[in-house]
Structure formats: C-alpha cells, structure tokens
Design a protein around this ligand. Structure first.
Ligand code: SF4
Ligand code: SF4
Length: 87
C-alpha cells in the first residue's frame, strides 16, 4: 500500500505516523505529551471512578496531527498508537 509521505528540510522523504489512539487504561495523566504537541491534538479528560477522579489524555482533534510522533516519544507508559495514512 502507498502512504502519504513528506520531505525533511534537506529533501529526504519520510512517512508521517499519525495518531490513532491513546490507551486510557495505561495513561497516568502526566501531561508530558500535551506539552510537546504544538498542534492542538490532545486534551485532558477527567474520568470519574468510584470515589475519586482520574485525569487522562484523549485525542481531541485527530485531524490536526502532522504525524511527528513527539507525543509518543515522551510517553513513558507507551500509551500511543500511530499509523501512516494511505495515499
Ligand atoms: S504526532 Fe505530533 S502532531 Fe500528532 S498528536 Fe503527537 S505530537 Fe501532536
Ligand atoms: S505522556 Fe502518556 S501517560 Fe502522560 S498524559 Fe500523555 S499519554 Fe498519558
């Protein structure tokens, strides 16, 4: 299958890996991914559990993602799934 590709500044071809999902069970809500994403893709969400509330990250605007994978690289819990986009 052919995938959408881009070019680096020195014109090397690369294949962006776009965000697919975040594992909300594994997420600890640390916010590291939120800080590194400059494309307004991610948002905090509060999940009510029995007698406490848990913060986790969710994909809010998937269409803004440029496929840089910075969020996944900063996540110590390996919550992110990425995939290339079919051309
Ligand atoms: S891959 Fe890049 S643009 Fe997409 S959500 Fe992660 S940090 Fe943001
Ligand atoms: S970096 Fe990982 S654990 Fe931290 S908020 Fe983002 S998805 Fe959750």
């Amino acid at each position: 299958m052919a995938y959408i590709t881009g070019l680096t500044k020195n014109k090397q071809e690369w294949t962006p890996q776009f965000i697919v999902s975040i594992d909300e069970e594994a997420c600890i809500g640390c916010g590291r991914c939120f800080k590194v994403c400059s494309h307004d893709v991610l948002a905090f969400e509060e999940l009510d559990e029995d007698d406490s509330a848990k913060m986790f990250m969710k994909v809010e605007n998937a269409g803004n993602c440029i496929g840089c994978e910075a969020c996944g690289k900063t996540c110590s819990k390996k919550c992110f799934t990425f995939a290339p986009l079919a051309a």
